[in-house]
Design a protein around this ligand. Structure first.
Ligand code: UDP
Ligand code: MG
Length: 325
C-alpha cells in the first residue's frame, strides 16, 4: 500500500494561548510519522479558525508561511465546534486518504494518532479515540458527561461511550458523511451510523493546557438536547405514555366523583379537581415544549442554510490576495 496522506484537522476558537504549543507538538508528531514511513510527505495539519476574536488566525497564517505542512481555513463567523470540524473535514477530504480530528487544547493524547494510522493501515475506516479515565476533568464535567452518554443510550442514540470527536476517518467515510445534509449534524451520533470497519483506541485525557473551556454548562445542555432531539423521538413517546396514564387515572377518578355525587358529597371533589387542572396544565406545557423542539428542528432543516462559510482556504484555493487577517 502507498503511504496514505494524513490530514489532522483542528477546530480552534480563541485558542491563542495554547495554539503555538499545539502546533509545535503536532508538527513534531507529523514529522515522526513521516520519518517512520507511516504516512506520506504530503500529510498536513489543517487549523480551522472558527471566527476567533483573538490572534488565532494570525498565528495559523504565520505558521502556514513558515511550514509547508501547516494549512488554515478561516470561517467568516463563529459556527461552533461541530460545524467548524465539518468545515475542516470537507476541506481536507479531497487531498487526504485519512483525516484525524482533534481539539486544539491538547487534552487528548496526540501520540495515539500513530495507533490511529496503524489501524488505518490494517484496513479500519473509522478509529475512535476513547478516554480511559476522566480524572483530570472536574467532578462536575465528569458527571454531566457521564449522564449525557447514559441519557443518549437510553434515548436509543448509538454513541461510542467516552468518545468525543477525536477520531480518524477514511476519505470514503468523510465523503459518505457529506451526504448527510441535515443542518443539525450531531457527529457522534452520525459517524457510527456510517457503518464501515471501525475500532477503538484508548487513551488518558489530560487537562486543558491553557485557556479555558469553550463549553460552559449552557452550551453543554444545548449540545445534549440537540443530540437527543435530532436523533430520537423517545421524548415524544414518553409524553404520550404519560398522557395515556393520566387519561386512565382521570377515568378512574371520574367514576369516583360520580359515585360521590350520587351519595351526596359533591363539595369534596374540589381539591382533586384543582389538582388535576394543574397537573394536566403542566403536562400540556411540557408536551408543547417538546413538540416545539421538534418543530424548531424542522424549521431549521427546511431552510437548508449552509453550515459554515469559508473565508480563506489555504489548503485548496487561495480566495483572496492577502490572507493575513
Ligand atoms: N471550538 C470551536 N468553536 C467553538 C467552541 C469550541 O471550534 O465555538 C473548539 C475549541 O477551540 C477546541 C474544541 O472546539 O479546539 C473543543 O472545545 P473545548 O476544549 O473548549 O471543549 P471541552 O474540551 O471543554 O469540552
Ligand atoms: Mg477541551
Amino acid at each position: 500500500m502507498n503511504k496514505p496522506v494524513l490530514t489532522i484537522v483542528v477546530p480552534c476558537y480563541n485558542e491563542e494561548e495554547v495554539l503555538p504549543e499545539t502546533m509545535k507538538q503536532l508538527l513534531h508528531l507529523l514529522e515522526q510519522l513521516i520519518a517512520e514511513k507511516l504516512i506520506s510527505r504530503q500529510s498536513k495539519l489543517l487549523f480551522v479558525d472558527d471566527g476567533s476574536k483573538d490572534q488565532t488566525w494570525q498565528l495559523i497564517y504565520k505558521a502556514s508561511l513558515q511550514h509547508e505542512t501547516v494549512k488554515g481555513v478561516k470561517l467568516s463567523s463563529n459556527v461552533g465546534h461541530q460545524n467548524a470540524l465539518l468545515a475542516g473535514l470537507f476541506a481536507a477530504k479531497s487531498v487526504s486518504d485519512c483525516i484525524v480530528s482533534i481539539d486544539a487544547d491538547l487534552q487528548d493524547d496526540i501520540s495515539i494518532i500513530r495507533e490511529f494510522v496503524q489501524k488505518f493501515h490494517e484496513g479500519y475506516e473509522i478509529v475512535y479515540g476513547v478516554r480511559k479515565k476522566r480524572n483530570t476533568d472536574t467532578f462536575f464535567k465528569r458527571y454531566t458527561a457521564q449522564g449525557f452518554y447514559k441519557l443518549m443510550k437510553a434515548m436509543g442514540v448509538n454513541v461510542v461511550y467516552n468518545h468525543a470527536d477525536y477520531r480518524l476517518m477514511s476519505r470514503r467515510a468523510v465523503e459518505e458523511l457529506e451526504r448527510f445534509e441535515e443542518v443539525n449534524l450531531f457527529l457522534r451520533g452520525i459517524v457510527p451510523l456510517l457503518g464501515f470497519r471501525s475500532t477503538v483506541v484508548y487513551y488518558d485525557r489530560k487537562e486543558r493546557l491553557a485557556g479555558e473551556t469553550k463549553y460552559p454548562l449552557k452550551k453543554m445542555i444545548a449540545f445534549a438536547l440537540d443530540g437527543i432531539t435530532s436523533f430520537s423521538i423517545t421524548p415524544i413517546r414518553f409524553i404520550s405514555i404519560i398522557g395515556f396514564i393520566s387519561f386512565f387515572v382521570s377515568l378512574i377518578f371520574g367514576m369516583y366523583f360520580i359515585f360521590l355525587k350520587f351519595t351526596g358529597h359533591t363539595q369534596t371533589g374540589w381539591t382533586s379537581l384543582i389538582m388535576s387542572i394543574w397537573l394536566l396544565g403542566g403536562l400540556q406545557l411540557i408536551a408543547f415544549g417538546l413538540i416545539g423542539e421538534y418543530i424548531g428542528k424542522i424549521y431549521k432543516e427546511t431552510k437548508r442554510r449552509p453550515r459554515y462559510i469559508v473565508d480563506i482556504d489555504l489548503l485548496n484555493l487561495p480566495l483572496r490576495a492577502n490572507h493575513s487577517s
